[in-house]
Design a protein around this ligand. Sequence first.
Ligand SMILES: [Mg+2]
Length: 217
Amino acid sequence: MKLFLNLTLTLSLTLFLFSCTKDEKPINLTIARNEVKQYYESGKYDEELNKVIADAKKKFNEVKFKENTVVIFDIDETALNNYGLAEQMDFGYVYELNKQWNAELKAPAISQVKELYEFLLSKGSKIIFLTGRNFYEYEVTYQNLVKEGYTVFDTLITQIGDETKMKAKDFKSGKRIWLTKQGYDIAGTVGDQWSDLEGYYHGIQVKIPNYLYLIED
Ligand SMILES: [Mg+2]
């Protein structure tokens, strides 16, 4: 998962811009990290997530699902939860730990997202997983999804070749154009980054909270 690669740069840039525009000193990194930990571990993250999923269900309840209706799910911090990995890496990025975590299928499902997935299946929706993970992790990603109960889906799409150089939003939006040309009617997108949700053919946008990292493009 290359998601954490952008963390340091993004954080530095954000802090730099913050200090420029507001003429204030940046927040101390230890304090910022503790605030994020507190948010996740005190139940506030779950509370926010419960609201997001309840709202999403209301919106999808209005949809008339047809045979070709699909909802697109992102994987990391959407279907699967890497908070344990983030903790192991002390909220930085350690390539080997990340690789090992994925290879050992360590990521649990995010239960609220899994609930939405099951709700959509019960409504007759098809499901497709679309991730920025690289093709070399296809097999372990597939296995991790199945292990966590995501057993019914049409396909899993990872990045391959030059796609790994694309901006996340362009990659995901491009795949949705392609899926639409294949005959799918995309009713919604579920993801923790706006780059999962913006662009063409996104349908209902379900923004899963993520305070661990930001993928800006
Ligand atoms: Mg994600």
